[in-house]
Design a protein around this ligand. Structure first.
Ligand code: ATP
Length: 232
């Protein structure tokens, strides 16, 4: 399957779409969002906490707690408006399988075609991308921005060939992404935060709040997760 050619057009509004488990949200998430907000001149961020993801073991924090942590993390720091979109949590609660393709289709129908959707993912997700439901169609709905992550190779030579071909075909510049509402891809190599929620959860559980873990999570989030006793 090919992809539609994304023609330069007047993008009226640029949205950064960022999904994840956020169990818990950490400085790596915050840094990548703010960095791409500036780089792509984003007008608005949609944060999309996952329901219970089928590819992961059970989450420690509830949907409500993960939503609260996202709010606390971003409310004082993000330089553009954001909202926490509950659609994936709602689908999971209704026991409906939830996929990124559905989320993007919903956003596209809510926001219209003149809005640029920029889907932000980490390099680990980039390697799984061709296992996502209807992944080819994602190129017709959004630009795809991949943030480098230590330990994950960004070279297309390790990707499935069909995916690598589409990726190369869609490869754009930052200017292309600012001008196209979907269909362009970008690898952001300026970031390399060696930080994961898994490591934070393990450290909080085993060692409590060390100086290292406290530097990886915003203070308000730390206070909240401690008061709720989420990871101990
Ligand atoms: P876990 O360790 O539980 O898998 P995580 O740290 O990967 O969690 P998620 O909530 O799963 O965090 O991540 C949401 C999105 O952010 C994903 O696309 C993931 O690839 C990306 N991401 C998270 N941390 C980083 C990082 N340090 N560098 C680049 N991308 C990251």
């Amino acid at each position: 399957m090919g992809i539609e050619t994304a023609k330069p057009q007047k993008v009226q509004h640029a949205v950064l779409v960022f999904g994840g488990s956020f169990d818990p949200v950490h400085q790596g998430h915050m840094a990548m969002v703010q960095h791409m907000v500036e780089r792509l001149q984003i007008d608005e961020v949609r944060l999309i906490p996952a329901g219970q993801p089928w590819q992961k073991a059970r989450l420690k924090a509830s949907a409500e707690q993960r939503t609260r942590m996202l709010q606390l993390a971003f409310e004082d720091t993000l330089t553009v408006p954001f909202c926490i979109d509950q659609q994936e949590i709602e689908r999971a609660a209704a026991q409906v399988p939830s996929y990124t393709i559905e989320t993007l289709k919903n956003l596209r129908s809510q926001l219209g075609n003149a809005v640029a959707l920029n889907l932000l993912i980490g390099a680990d997700q980039f390697h799984n991308f061709a296992t996502w439901k209807d992944w080819q169609q994602i190129f017709n709905l959004a630009n795809i921005v991949v943030a480098a992550r230590p330990g994950y190779n960004l070279q297309p030579d390790e990707l499935p060939s069909e995916f690598a071909a589409l990726w190369q075909q869609a490869n754009g510049t930052i200017e292309d992404l600012k001008q196209c509402s979907f269909g362009k891809t970008w690898l952001e190599t300026d970031l390399a935060w060696d930080i994961s929620a898994t490591r934070i959860r393990d450290e909080l559980q085993q060692q409590g709040q060390t100086r290292e873990t406290t530097s990886l999570i915003p203070r308000k989030v730390l206070d909240y997760l401690q008061s709720e006793r989420i990871y101990n």
